[in-house]
Design a protein around this ligand. Structure first.
Ligand code: UDP
Length: 407
């Protein structure tokens, strides 16, 4: 198991000492993270990396997952889409059911903590238990809030306001709220299986396993099969680019417990790709971190053609590997890529196709973009910065007299 000291070479001893000092002030405080899936998607990815490190720092932190049935997750997926600006039908009954499932979860859960750190909308109804359970409540939003559906936003706002503070991933998502708003961007763990260096033979073996030819250019997008990741748009862009330059396309991803649309999207993607032997649609099981790492490292260009994106960990993952990335100019992706410096930002299928062709034809330029991208991720989006931000956030909710002081 990785330990804090393993990160010294990347971040330096001082930064790690600072984390240890901040963590000491939280001694005796119990912190509970709550989300809606243990596997799949960026939130689970981050919590999986964060929790062991927080614990090693001596923070009494835990992670609970709410339970829901098919109806609940179909409602929360619609809510998720609506908050990303997609038109969805959500009835008053649906919203009432959403609250009811949250109520049932609250009845079954231990909510006796100093800080309840709620991730995303699915468990946000738990805050209605606040008067009974006390403690501090923080809401962490991982969604692209540029253009939310007004009705769903109003519903959610009533619940967000019951928290001490709301945490957003990018400045553009801040909204008028009567509570404190905090900006904390997500991060990747450079030593996780998803991101650590890999031997060339392993990368080659993964490409061989799937029959992908590394002698020819490979363009890939790693994402859950979700309309908001626009996999069909990726296929269109690949086809346009392929009229000018030889390449293969890899669309790889798995599902998430809280995303019931995945299978439908996967089947549409398979249908659209079926006549082309150069498109590889890979449905990956949850424990595929090493394979994803290898696919990112072995690809010539990485795409992230999302229509909305809270942050886009996959962008940070690819940039950390010094890959040239072409991604949509949406949400948190714009924090990670400066156009034509640390990657390419596009706004259409045609733009994406144009840049696939350009980068495949200009490998030196492409590799410069990748190197700048890696530097940017190293300076801003690694897990230590994120841990420090969270520790400071946790400390900020207590009155000065509430926290332990050390001589
Ligand atoms: N991911 C994964 N398996 C998959 C697809 C994605 O482990 O089949 C990971 C991906 O590498 C990244 C996270 O899930 O770490 C997705 O986070 P992101 O912010 O890109 O998107 P989200 O799924 O949260 O919308």
């Amino acid at each position: 198991m990785l330990q804090i000291k393993d990160y010294i070479d990347i971040v330096g001893a001082n930064a790690l000492d600072e984390l240890a000092i901040l963590a000491r002030y939280l001694q005796g405080k119990r912190i509970q993270n709550i989300n809606s899936t243990a596997v799949g998607g960026g939130v689970a990815e981050i919590l999986n990396r964060m929790l062991p490190l927080l614990r090693e720092l001596g923070v009494d932190a835990r992670w609970d997952v709410i339970r829901g049935d098919e109806r609940f997750f179909s409602i929360t997926k619609k809510m998720h889409n609506a908050l990303h600006g997609v038109s969805e039908q959500l009835s008053d009954d649906d919203l009432e059911y959403f609250l009811e499932v949250n109520r049932r979860n609250a009845a079954d859960m231990d909510l006796d903590f100093d800080i309840h750190f709620i991730h995303d909308p699915q468990p946000i109804g738990l805050v209605r238990e606040r008067p009974r359970n006390g403690g501090h409540w923080l809401w962490r939003c991982h969604i692209d809030f540029t253009d939310p559906d007004p009705r769903v936003w109003e519903f959610l706002k009533g619940l967000i306001e019951k928290h001490d503070a709301a945490v957003f991933s990018a400045p553009a998502f801040a909204r008028p709220l009567p509570i404190r708003q905090v900006l904390i961007s997500p991060s990747i763990d450079p030593l996780s299986d998803k991101n650590k260096d890999l031997p060339e033979e392993f990368i080659a073996s993964v490409f061989e396993k799937y029959g992908i030819d590394r002698q020819r250019p490979v363009v890939c997008q790693i994402s859950r099969f979700d309309y908001l990741k626009d996999p069909l748009g990726v296929i269109e862009a690949y086809r346009m680019a392929k009229e000018h330059v030889d390449c293969q396309l890899v669309l790889a991803g798995g599902g998430a417990v809280d995303d019931p649309e995945g299978m439908q999207v996967l089947s549409e993607v398979r249908q659209s790709a079926e006549s082309d032997p150069d498109i590889f649609v890979l449905f990956l099981p949850p424990a595929s971190d090493l394979e994803i790492n290898a696919l990112q490292r072995g690809s010539t260009v990485v795409l992230q053609k999302s229509l909305k994106e809270g942050f886009g960990l996959t962008v940070a993952e690819a940039l950390w590997k010094a890959k040239p990335v072409i991604a949509s100019a949406v949400g948190g992706i714009q924090l990670q890529i400066t156009h034509k410096h640390s990657g390419i930002l596009t706004r259409s299928v045609e733009g994406t196709a144009f840049w696939i062709k350009q980068l495949l034809n200009e490998p030196e330029y492409a590799s410069k973009l990748g190197l700048h991208g890696r530097e940017h991720i190293k300076n801003n989006y690694l897990i230590f910065r994120h841990l420090r931000d969270y520790l400071l956030l946790f400390l900020s909710v207590f009155e000065t007299g509430d926290i332990v002081h050390f001589a």
